[in-house]
Each structure stands twice: as C-alpha cells, then as structure tokens.
Design a protein around this ligand. Structure first.
Ligand code: FES
Ligand code: FES
Length: 162
C-alpha cells in the first residue's frame, strides 16, 4: 500500500529540517523517528496523557494529535531546545531537579513544555493556577506535589524582588 508523500520544512529548536513524509505521519513520530529527538515521549497517543507536549509557534500542543505536514513552515520547540547550552539547565529543569519533581521522568518532557508555555504567558501564577495548568499532564509516579513545588520555584524570579 502506498501513501501520499509530502515535503515538509520545519524549524525545530532553531534548526531547519527538511524531510519527505507520508501524509498520515504524526508529528510525534516525525520528531522521534525522523529527527531522532527522542526527548518527546509518547504515552497514550490519544491526546490524554500530555507526555508528547511540545511548542508549535510558542503554543503548547500535543504532538500525537498533529500531523507532521501540519507543522510545515512552523517553529517547533522540543524539550531538547529548553536548555541554553549542554552545561546549563533551563530554570524549569533546574527547579524540577531541586524539588525532586521527577521519578521515572516519562511525563517530564511534556510537563516542562506545558509549563514553559504557561509561564511564558503567566509568569507569576499561584499554586491553584499551576495545578490547573498541569491538569492535562498525567504523572504516574510523583503525586504532583513536588512538580507543583518546582513550578512555584521556577515562577518565583518572574515575581520580581521580594
Ligand atoms: S501521547 Fe500525546 S497526549 Fe498522550
Ligand atoms: S515521573 Fe514517572 S510518570 Fe511522572
């Protein structure tokens, strides 16, 4: 069986990639299998768990619910693009480390990307707002408290001097 092939050009973490893909290829599979950026995790593949969350043009989306062809010409950021350099963690990553916000880490990339988009828009949220923003990301390990603590820590600098 053959499928329609399409040329796509996507900028991911500041680097442009060009590939020919099947029309039906999911963006999550494109990122993992074509670009070999395996930090984006796939859990449910039904838009439920949030593990596959990435940014497309700055907006958090579930890459299992988008086709690779729909990302043509757009700017994507995956978890690999968060840290400014290989030696330095992004503040969200540093806060997750500091607050023990991960155990197995499977949910972590999706949570980081969800919270990146959220904190970009709402830099100083309260705990209730953070819990609401996190409600679409399922974690089977942590019970969420440490993740919430990490997000409060990461949000703190945006609140300005005490
Ligand atoms: S893998 Fe996309 S939401 Fe679960
Ligand atoms: S740390 Fe294991 S699923 Fe969240």
């Amino acid at each position: 069986m053959s499928f329609d092939q399409h040329d796509v050009a996507v900028t991911v973490n500041g680097r442009r990639y060009e590939r020919r893909v099947e029309a039906r290829m999911l963006l999550s599979d494109f990122i993992r299998h074509e670009l070999l950026l395996a930090g984006t995790h796939v859990g449910c593949e039904h838009g439920v768990c949030g593990a596959c969350t990435i940014l497309v043009d700055g907006e958090a989306i579930r890459s299992c619910l988008m086709l690779a062809v729909q990302a043509n010409g757009r700017e994507v950021m995956t978890v690999e693009g968060l840290a400014p350099d290989p030696e330095t963690l992004h503040p969200l990553q540093a806060a997750m480390k500091e607050c023990h916000g991960l155990q197995c880490g499977y949910c972590t990339p999706g949570i980081l990307m969800t919270m990146k988009a959220f904190l970009d828009e709402y830099p100083s949220p309260g705990e209730a707002e953070i819990r609401e923003a996190l409600s679409g990301n399922l974690c089977r390990c942590t019970g969420y408290q440490h993740i919430v603590d990490a997000m409060l820590l990461a949000a703190k600098p945006a609140e300005g001097p005490a």
